[in-house]
Design a protein around this ligand. Sequence first.
Ligand code: DGI
Ligand code: FE
Ligand code: FE
Length: 420
Amino acid sequence: MKKIGILGGSFMPIHNGHIEMANTAYHELNLDEIWILPNGIPPYKRVTEEISVLSRLALIQAMIKSYPYMKICDYEVRKSSFQYSYETLSYFHEKYPDYELYFIIGEDSIDYFDEWRKPEIIVKNCRIVVCGRSSSDFKSLDEKCKSYSMKYQASFIAVHMNLVPISSTDIRNKLHHYSMEERRDFLLHEDQLLRISKELYIPNDELVYIFKHRLFEDHEINGIERKEMTIQDIKDDLKTRLNPHRYEHTMGVMYTAASLAMRYDYPMETALYAGLLHDCAKYMSGSELLDFAKNHNISITDAEELAPHLLHAKVGAYYANHRYEIRDEQILEAIRVHTTGKPEMSLLDQILFIADYIEPGRDQAPRLYEIRAHAFMNLDETCEMILHDTLAYLENSQMHIDQTTLETYNYYKNITEERL
Ligand code: DGI
Ligand code: FE
Ligand code: FE
């Protein structure tokens, strides 16, 4: 008979303390598998840190990949209504009659066990494993388990785990202290990532995911709340500046960026703003762009000197900041690099770069159908395809090629080749 340990929790985010519980039960009780069971969010619980199911699952995946006996169980988060533990455990018991189920809980939960929904049903369907911390009095936990076993005529097993001095709340609080700029910097420095992941008791890959997908950010520190100008305000303004064709294109990029954000679990509103503003300087002529850049201390590369229309990206970022009150540096950077791309683009940089190329109004580029479909499968490979075709087009029309476009292509070509 297979012995399965089940560890439920909200896992916002999952950390080594959770894994320590699971591992203690696994080793002490000779279990065959551990199922990590993220909970749906109960209706009465207000969650301030919004984190999607997709992100929670991805974080768990990053955490458990070095433990082959651990699996994610998405049963509760797939349900449209909130599931209580007694419902889930009854379901598992019925579905897997040959498995012996061990429900793993922390020492702090056992004191409230009587108040759980239908505890008598829970204990009919599984054994309860209670993880005590080394620092606590193990004898009293043992006794507690004995008295619960008597009371419910069921099996409560005490196990002893090493203390991991962290909680998900601690992790969220610590993450709140890092600004967007700091996070961006950390992503570029392996040693910093290692230091922080150690401090937070989570693996490096999990931390990278958190930073890339902008999870647990403090919106006040980062100025993400932009109450001044709504999407509608900006749309109204752009309509008077851009020609109808460019305005339509802008709408297309905005919604395509949001669709890609849905697919890759990036904050959708941020993607909408980036798409909406990416070409906001496009109504200016080449010489106007050059003059503006010179007067506003915007650096001008050789390629931009020769093909000034490229500057609409940098000038656009400037306007987004000064005219449209965007404070979110990720949006500004995505606009800044949307024409040439750059090596190691952020998730939003890639979303915008691709949305600009594939939005529904585009009809000139070769293999658009293929690239559109691929955009929803793999971002790096899609960037490689777009840059490949753009360079071919520029060479064909004998236009000056920006060094950054070339570097970006080589970067994405290398990393996608490595993967094959
Ligand atoms: O502003 P959009 O037209 O919506 O799109 P965009 O910002 O991607 O600009 C597209 C144009 O920029 C397209 O004609 C290709 C061109 N482009 C991209 N990289 C380079 C470039 N033009 C030159 N001269 N050099 C480049 O490296
Ligand atoms: Fe553009
Ligand atoms: Fe564009």
